[in-house]
Design a protein around this ligand. Structure first.
Ligand SMILES: [Fe+2]
Ligand SMILES: [Fe+2]
Length: 173
């Protein structure tokens, strides 16, 4: 299965996946007591979450839609890998945007994606520290605000799910 998944990634993007798996291992060893079932689900969600990237250009040239790869990745998870677990599929689908009332799996995929170990920019480090200190909601708000800032800077449309997510978790944090 791993070899098959590897085929969906460029060399660079596979490094991103490896950085995410390394961060997951650190979190599992030092910061969080994940159940084996949860750990496995998150591992596969990580492995599959960007599998659609390879096809994104091909499909979205006409209608540019930056989060299109998440839809493609979800389809690949279902049709090429037989994933039926709703929580895993939602985590893959919402990993670029987040949303209100995310499951624990969705939260970890979103945060690990943003702050994996190969991401050395300051914002990723700040987010990692929040995760290490069990401040998951603060980390979510922080990562989402950083993303919104850069999307706005690029003059791309802001995603409604992300805006709602920030409002929702600001009330919770
Ligand atoms: Fe992605
Ligand atoms: Fe990613």
């Amino acid at each position: 299965m791993l070899d098959k998944i590897r085929n969906y990634y460029s060399k660079e993007r596979w490094e991103h996946i490896k950085g995410m798996l390394s961060l997951l291992n650190i979190l599992g060893e030092k910061n969080y007591s994940f159940t084996e079932r949860f750990f496995n689900k998150l591992t596969y969600a990580i492995l599959l979450h960007d599998s659609g990237k390879l096809f994104e250009d091909q499909f979205s040239k006409k209608y540019y839609f930056p989060i299109y790869h998440a839809y493609l990745s979800r389809s690949i998870a279902i049709h090429a890998f037989g994933i039926e677990d709703k929580d895993m599929l939602n985590a893959i689908l919402f990993h670029p945007t987040g949303r209100e009332k995310m499951s624990i799996l969705e939260i970890f995929l979103y945060l690990i994606d943003f702050s994996e170990l190969n991401r050395t920019f300051t914002e990723a480090k700040i987010c990692r520290n929040l995760i290490y200190n069990n401040k998951l909601y603060e980390a979510l708000i922080y990562a989402a605000q950083v993303k919104l800032y850069y999307i706005e800077k690029k003059k791309q449309p802001l995603n409604l799910n992300t805006i709602k997510m920030v409002k929702y978790y600001e009330k919770m944090a």
